[in-house]
Design a protein around this ligand. Sequence first.
Ligand code: HSE
Length: 444
Amino acid sequence: MSTQTNSSLKKIRVGILGFGTVGQGTWKHLQENAHFWPKILGVELIPSRASVRSLDKERPVEISKDQLTTDSASIVDDPNIDLVCELMGGVEEAKLLTLRAFAQGKSVVTANKALICEHGEELFRAAEEAGVGYGFEASVAGGIPIIKVLRESLVSNEFPLIYGILNGTSNYILTRMEKEGASFEEVLGDARQLGYVEADEALDLDGVDAAHKAVILAYLAHGIWVNLSEVTVEGIRRISNEDLQAAENLSCRIKLIGVIRRNFTNDHVAVAVHPALIPIEETIARTDGVHNGVCLNGSVVGTVVLTGRGAGQDPTASSVISDLVDVVKGVNGISSLPKLVHVSPEQCQPATPDEIEGRFYLRLAVDDRPGQLAKVAECLADRGISLATVSQTPHEKDKPASLILTTHQTNEHSIAQALAQLKELPGVVDDPVLFRMFDPNGMS
Ligand code: HSE
């Protein structure tokens, strides 16, 4: 490790707001690669100060006490700090500090997906008006360079479909449930111990974290900010070991995926996060553990799939530092990123549920009595939904039977109506479980 500085070179000093896992990783890798920045940038890139909640906590990285503060604003305001990394999480304070940095002509790099999802439009505009950079590669899919790929590498493409695994924690839980037959609660306990789960667990388990990331990808691909309230968001809590086994019997795996569909004929866009059965031959179906994976269907390039570590100290720091390097290049006038394009809501509307087609998987707990299956099938037929497969697991005496159905092609509106009716159907003893059957090759 080298912390020596070369006095003849310009020094760019980095202040880090929030010194948790990602903040410390960024500090560590900036230090460890100190010899490298002069070679590729012609300047020194020096991690200089960091803000923390507690000054006394032991930290594995090499940082002196006087480089730490509990006052994040003092770092933003420090005239010796040239660039700010906002790695503190949360929304309101992070937003204020980001705007404060912009107002002082300082570029900011962030990993804060909730902040970008909720206030990206305002923050991107503020950065542009201030003439500063705002890097957010680390906000989606950890170490996978998906933002750069969408913004730069695949700039000649339109994207009718983008889908993938955007939350490492839920993928870790599902993978272990599937591979080991372990229960949801058991694996969740391990995930907590490993520090994978967000402080607010609902973000990971109920699909909200993945939805933040899907909204950001939808913006990058289509220039439109989709409001979180217009995103279908379902998490992994209702996926049972029985469902994972049933999916395998159907040559599929269940993954929590973000899906962004764009219809270029009527200019409608649909963003959703939900569990889905994915054919086993798809790379995304075989992306396991804390890995993320994003599949992009580009109009020019065809299909591109990116997989890699979607969370954690080192992969996320890799993305943060990539943005820092871009910002420094911009500051030095060597290069600048393409402008972000903003499309007004009138130019691209949310798709209606009847436009979103697909096949579905249903698991019903039912009384095992004559005519029950016929009633369920009739309920679906009333909505024009045709069954593709039916199976009933052998059941124990005096317990409900488990009926697993898959449908032929229908749409979100029809299945939602059928589901509401099924909930009320005599003999259906629990809330039906519904998952999408996602076939990227069968989509219009
Ligand atoms: N909780 C997130 C995940 C962290 O599990 O993917 C990375 O954004």
